[in-house]
Design a protein around this ligand. Structure first.
Ligand code: ZN
Length: 228
């Protein structure tokens, strides 16, 4: 069946699912269907989703998955949506600095180059993320008219932020790789949860009052892989 379609397609039959679903992962269309669904119905389901699939594939082609980094000079690292070229230099003390579109990592020893540079960079990103996210939260808390109990920045695998019932906000440090307006959206999203602890139409109405283009921001976060 998969040859009929103009894109890489994987169909999985499962007993666990009562309805068919589609995901597009790294340019591959993954269809999961109930075990008993006939081939004809599977085909129909895929054809019906064609417009959605094409759109997803196009978006992913525009934002390719970044290749794993080797943490050597010349590689590009994003910061607040801007690309910076890594330059590794030797020095007396270890440090990380932004200078003229360059991300300069100074290391004091040659040994264990890659892990050392990686951890220096991760620490630097985390510190930047803390500063930026705390400042943005403070600024937008006033606009939204709320007061969060606390703001923390940590490493999440699958979420950008969270808001506890007690009013504690947490953010993923990887957000610092995204452009300002995307970071702003996530901050405002979590702040709005202090007033509406759900994703109801009322919540989205509140978000759109502060971020009219929130749908584009959400779509951006779905297709862009934020990692170093
Ligand atoms: Zn939310």
């Amino acid at each position: 069946m998969t040859e009929e379609f103009a894109y890489p397609l994987v169909v999985t039959r499962t007993r666990r699912q009562k309805t068919a679903s589609i995901r597009v992962v790294d340019g591959i269309v993954k269809v999961t269907v109930p075990r008993t669904l006939s081939d004809r119905h599977v085909r129909e389901f895929i054809w019906k989703s064609d417009a959605w699939i094409q759109k997803k594939l196009q978006l992913q082609a525009e934002c390719p998955v970044p290749q794993p980094k080797n943490f050597v000079s010349g590689e590009i690292f994003p910061f607040l949506g801007e690309p910076y070229r890594l330059r590794v230099v030797q020095g007396v003390t270890s440090s990380v600095n932004l200078q003229n579109n360059k991300l300069i990592v100074t290391v004091c020893e040659e040994a264990n180059g890659e892990p050392l540079i990686k951890s220096l960079l991760e620490n630097w990103y985390l510190t930047q993320a803390r500063d930026q996210l705390r400042a943005k939260t403070q600024r937008y808390a006033r606009t939204v008219g709320v007061t969060p109990a606390s703001v923390t920045v940590k490493s999440y695998k699958a979420r950008w932020g969270s808001c506890s019932v007690r009013g504690d906000l947490s953010f993923n440090w990887r957000l610092i790789l995204a452009p300002h307006h995307i970071v702003d959206y996530v901050v405002i999203h979590e702040l709005c949860h202090l007033l509406e602890h759900n994703h109801s139409p009322r919540f989205w109405q509140l978000v759109s009052r502060h971020v009219p283009g929130w749908k584009d921001c959400r779509a951006w976060l779905k297709v862009n892989h934020l990692s170093i």
